[in-house]
Design a protein. Structure first.
Length: 223
């Protein structure tokens, strides 16, 4: 987890960031119990910040608490993941449309190209771990350049549970190559300023991703 000697910040923010990082890195996996006593010892904090961090992370969709029982890393059902993809497809299509409309601004264009640098390179030897990072950066770059802070925030909230799910079910082989190729086509449309095409490609990309998830084994999901 995050080093306690990191730059000063509130105890609560330190605990929230540490637990979020542990979940998104795969150290804590879906369904795993989070024990207050263990976390207070590991992080060197009292129970108060740990309990409040559970509430924060629950709102982000990363953990779930059963009253008077336990808190665990959230495990999503098939329906929940499908619904998240449906909402995400529409929001990110809008973000892609808006980002394309801002590519005439040199600073916006440069930031976007820098953030998406990995997709312009040869990706045939890309590992699942490298894809996970490329995928995160690609979608975040579009959200960051959409020019609408509320939309960026909404997309960010949806991406956290999706990132957690994707980490535990990493794609590879042909599916990975197809996904990165789709990223490149979307980025090309955005950089060229084609708003309609950018939105269409993003929507289709996330719908295909949803179809891929739908074919995963039943035990991937919470009953």
């Amino acid at each position: 987890m995050t080093n306690p000697s990191a730059p000063p910040r509130s105890t609560l923010e330190y605990v929230v960031d540490s637990l979020r990082q542990a979940i998104l890195s795969g150290r804590f996996v879906p369904g795993q119990r989070l024990v207050e006593a263990d976390l207070t010892r590991e992080l060197g904090v009292s129970r108060g910040p740990v309990r409040e961090s559970f509430r924060r992370l629950s709102a982000e969709g990363l953990v779930e608490s059963i009253p008077n029982q336990t808190t665990m890393v959230r495990r999503y059902s098939h329906t929940e993941i499908r619904e998240l993809f449906e909402v995400r497809a529409e929001l990110e299509a809008l973000a892609a449309r808006r980002a394309a409309g801002r590519m005439n601004e040199a600073c916006v264009r440069e930031r976007f190209l820098q953030a998406t640098q990995a997709i312009w390179e040869d990706h045939h030897a890309m590992s699942p771990a490298a894809y996970f990072e490329e995928n995160r950066r690609f979608h975040q770059a579009i959200a960051d350049e959409c020019g609408n802070a509320q939309l960026t925030d909404f997309i960010g909230r949806l991406q956290l549970p999706m990132l957690m799910f994707q980490l535990g079910n990493a794609i590879h082989g042909e599916a990975l190559q197809e996904s990165v190729s789709e990223h490149r086509l979307i980025a090309q449309a955005i950089v060229s300023g084609d708003a309609d095409k950018s939105a269409q490609l993003m929507r289709e990309h996330l719908r295909r991703a949803s179809d891929f998830v739908a074919r995963m084994p039943a035990d991937t999901f919470r009953p």
